[in-house]
Write a new protein. Structure first.
Length: 162
């Protein structure tokens, strides 16, 4: 019995982790990755209705310039700037982690081709989005974006005294 108890405890804990009222972690990952794709498509199309639907009213966003935005309308208005256009977006390395029954984190990379006044402006970034299950749907409650930099270029620039 002593050797069986740890095994039962382990099986019980693993079952609690993977089966929740919201489905399996695999189901959650598929759902949130689909929402990530929906966000990218909405951003490309400047579809502010879809973007607004995906964001929680109390969103906290940190841009890759370190600016904190707590206004959904400001986040949604960004793609409407006539001088700035998003031409392509390629998401990769999407990872989903359940943090609780109604909370999950998505991390990933986005390689984007922007144009500012028709001048190409490529950007690579890593991001983290926190999703919360609210009133029957998953909403983004927080996002943080950081630029991807080439560490060799940074080291070379520092070595040159730049």
């Amino acid at each position: 019995m002593k050797t069986l108890l740890p095994l039962l405890l382990l099986v019980g804990l693993s079952a609690c982790h993977t089966i929740t009222p919201r489905g399996t972690d695999h189901d959650l990952a598929a759902t949130l990755i689909a929402l990530e794709r929906t966000w990218a498509e909405a951003e490309l199309a400047a579809d502010t209705t879809t973007m607004r639907r995906l964001l929680a009213d109390d969103l906290v966003a940190t841009t890759f310039y370190g600016v904190m935005i707590q206004d959904v309308d400001a986040v949604v208005a960004a793609p409407l700037d006539p001088a700035l256009s998003l031409r392509t977006i390629q998401q990769s390395d999407l990872q989903v982690k359940r943090l609780g029954p109604d909370l999950a984190m998505v991390t990933g990379r986005a390689d984007m081709d922007w144009a500012f006044n028709n001048t190409p402006l490529p950007a690579a970034m890593r991001y983290t989005r926190l999703y919360q299950h609210q009133r029957g749907t998953w909403k983004v409650i927080a996002v943080h974006v950081s630029p991807v930099v080439n560490p060799l270029r940074v080291a070379t620039a520092e070595g040159d005294g730049a």
